[in-house]
Ligand binder design. Structure first.
Ligand SMILES: Nc1ncnc2c1ncn2[C@@H]1O[C@H](COP(=O)(O)OP(=O)(O)O)[C@@H](O)[C@H]1O
Ligand SMILES: [Mg+2]
Length: 471
C-alpha cells in the first residue's frame, strides 16, 4: 500500500469547506430569521386590515347587534391572489352573525380591541387566522378572518431555495478560489522542479529565487547553500586530483627515462625482462596520471564554463595524428586521416586529450595489421570528429557500459584503467557534443570495427555550407 503525501490543495480545501459546513446552518438560520419573520408579519398585518375593515360593519343597536356588508365589499375582502379568504362575525354570545360558520370554532375570549393570530385547520386546509374583539353594546363581538397558507408557503420555500443557493455559491466559489490560487501559487515551485530536473548532475549553479513565494524561499535558500557546499567540496576534490596527478608526472617521467637508460646500458640478461616491465609500468602510470588530470580539468571546465577558443578540428587532428604516428608504426597499425576544415568553439587541451584517447584505443584494441582512420568534417551541417578502426569493435550491448569510468570491455587486454572513453564522453559533454559508438562496417551478424563519432552542436565561424563534405 502506498501512502500518498498530503496535498496542499486538499488540505486547504478541507480546512476551508469544513468551517463553511459548520457555519452554513447558522448563516441560514440568521437569514431566515432576519428576512422571513418580518415578511410573515406583513402577511399577518394585511390579515388584520381585513379584520378591521369587516369590524367597521358591526353596529350595536337597541335591537341587538347588526352586521351589514355590501356584496361588493365582501367580494373584495374574499379576493386574494393565491389564497382563499374566509371570515366570520360573532356576537358576544359566540353565535355567528355573518360569514363562514366553521370559523367560529374554537371559542376564544377576547377583550375589546384585543388581537389574536393563530394557525388552524379549515375545510381540511391549514389556515392562518386573525381575530379581534370589537365593542358591541354591553359585550364584545369578534371578527375573524382566515386565509389559506399558499402565499406564505411559497414565500418560505422561495426563501429556503435562495438561502441554499447563496450558500452553495459561496462554497463553490471558495473551492474554486482555492484550486485556482494553489495552482497559481504552486507554479513557481513547478518551474523550479523542472529547472532542477533538466539539470545535468554536475550543474550546481544556485537556483533563481525570482517568483518563488516567500513561504518556499527558505527551501530554495537551503538548497542553494547545499549546492555551494557540494560545489566547494567537489572543487577541492578536483583540485586535489589535478595537483596529485600533476605532481606524479615528474617522478614518473624520471622513472621512465631511467628505465630506458638502464636498458641501453650493458646489463645481465636476467634484468632485460624486469627492465622492460618497469618501462611499461612507468608508461601506464604516466598515461593514467595524465588521464586523471584530464578528468579533473574537464570537471573544472564544465563547472566554471569552458574558456573557449575558436579552433579548427582539421588542424587539431592533424597535430594529434603526427604525434601518434610513431606509436602506431611501432604497434604495426596503419594510422591514416581524412581531414576537412571543421571549426568549433572548444578547449584545445581537452579536445587533444579526447582524440588522443580515441586513437590510443584504436591502436591498442584493433591491434597489429589494422587500419585506423581519423576524420574531421562538417557532416549534415555539424562539425564531426571521427576515429574509425577495423578491429574487433565493441558489442552493441557493451557500449553504454564501457563509456563509464573504470569500466573495460570483456576482452580488454593491455594496461588500461577504463578511463579513456569516460574522459572522451565528459569532454564531449562539456563541449555540448554528442558521443556515438557505432559499428564501422554494418555487416549482418557482425559488430566488427569501431567508429567513434563526436558530433558538435553547431559549426562556429564558418559560413553555412563552406567546407562541407559530401558525406
Ligand atoms: N577501438 C576499440 N575497439 C575495440 N574495443 C574498444 C575500442 N575502444 C575501447 N574499447 C573497449 O572499451 C573499453 C573501455 O575503453 P577505455 O574507456 O578507453 O578504457 P581502457 O582502454 O583503459 O580499457 C576497453 O576496455 C575496450 O574493451
Ligand atoms: Mg583506453
Amino acid at each position: 500500500m502506498t501512502v500518498r503525501p498530503p496535498s496542499l490543495r486538499g488540505t486547504l480545501l478541507l480546512w476551508l469547506l469544513l468551517p463553511l459546513l459548520l457555519i452554513a446552518p447558522v448563516a441560514a438560520a440568521i437569514q431566515y430569521g432576519l428576512i422571513l419573520r418580518p415578511a410573515l408579519k406583513a402577511f399577518d398585518r394585511s390579515l388584520g386590515d381585513a379584520v378591521v375593515s369587516i369590524a367597521n360593519f358591526v353596529r350595536p343597536g337597541p335591537a341587538g347587534v347588526a352586521f351589514e356588508m355590501s356584496a361588493q365589499t365582501e367580494r373584495s375582502i374574499r379576493t386574494a391572489q393565491d389564497d382563499a379568504v374566509y371570515y366570520v362575525v360573532l356576537n358576544p354570545a359566540g353565535d355567528v352573525l355573518a360569514g363562514d360558520p366553521p370559523l367560529a370554532e374554537p371559542r376564544l375570549r377576547l377583550a375589546t380591541d384585543e388581537w389574536q393570530f393563530y394557525d388552524a385547520q379549515l375545510f381540511d386546509q391549514p389556515v392562518r387566522v386573525g381575530a379581534r374583539g370589537v365593542a358591541c353594546g354591553e359585550g364584545v363581538c369578534q371578527v375573524r378572518v382566515a386565509e389559506t397558507r399558499t402565499s406564505r408557503d411559497l414565500l418560505r420555500s422561495d426563501m429556503l431555495v435562495a438561502i441554499g443557493a447563496s450558500l452553495l455559491l459561496v462554497a463553490v466559489a471558495s473551492g474554486l478560489t482555492v484550486l485556482v490560487a494553489t495552482a497559481h501559487g504552486l507554479r513557481p515551485l513547478q518551474r523550479l522542479s523542472q529547472q532542477l530536473g533538466a539539470r545535468s548532475l554536475d550543474d550546481l549553479r544556485p537556483l533563481q529565487p525570482a517568483g518563488v513565494p516567500t513561504e518556499a524561499l527558505p527551501v530554495v535558500e537551503a538548497m542553494n547553500r547545499l549546492f555551494e557546499r557540494v560545489q566547494a567540496g567537489s572543487a577541492a576534490q578536483q583540485a586535489f586530483l589535478a595537483d596529485a596527478a600533476h605532481q606524479l608526472r615528474t617522478p614518473l617521467a624520471t622513472l621512465k627515462t631511467e628505465a630506458e637508460l638502464a636498458m641501453l646500458q650493458p646489463h645481465p640478461p636476467a634484468l632485460a625482462a624486469p627492465l622492460a616491465r618497469i618501462n611499461a609500468a612507468a608508461d601506464r602510470a604516466a598515461r593514467l596520471s595524465s588521464q586523471l588530470l584530464a578528468l579533473a580539468r574537464t570537471d573544472a571546465s564544465a563547472r566554471d564554463g569552458l574558456p573557449l577558443e575558436t579552433l579548427d578540428l582539421k588542424a587539431l587532428a592533424s597535430a594529434c595524428v603526427d604525434e601518434w604516428v610513431p606509436r602506431a608504426l611501432q604497434a604495426g597499425v596503419d594510422l591514416g586521416f581524412e581531414l576537412h576544415p571543421a571549426v568549433v568553439t572548444g578547449q584545445p587541451f581537452l579536445l587533444r586529450e579526447l582524440l588522443g584517447n580515441l586513437i590510443h584505443n584504436a591502436i591498442v584494441y584493433a591491434g597489429a595489421g589494422s587500419q585506423v582512420t581519423v576524420r574531421s568534417a562538417i557532416t549534415g551541417g555539424l562539425p564531426v570528429l571521427e576515429v574509425e578502426d577495423n578491429g574487433p569493435g565493441i558489442a552493441a550491448e557493451d557500449r553504454p557500459r564501457v563509456i563509464q569510468r573504470f569500466q573495460r570491455g570483456p576482452q580488454a587486454t593491455g594496461s588500461g584503467s577504463g578511463l579513456g572513453l569516460a574522459i572522451v564522453n565528459d569532454i564531449a559533454r562539456a563541449h555540448g557534443a554528442e558521443l556515438l559508438l557505432e559499428s564501422a562496417r554494418a555487416r549482418p551478424g557482425s559488430d566488427a570495427g569501431l567508429r567513434v563519432r563526436v558530433v558538435f552542436a553547431a559549426a562556429a565561424g564558418l559560413a553555412p555550407g563552406a567546407a562541407t563534405t559530401a558525406d
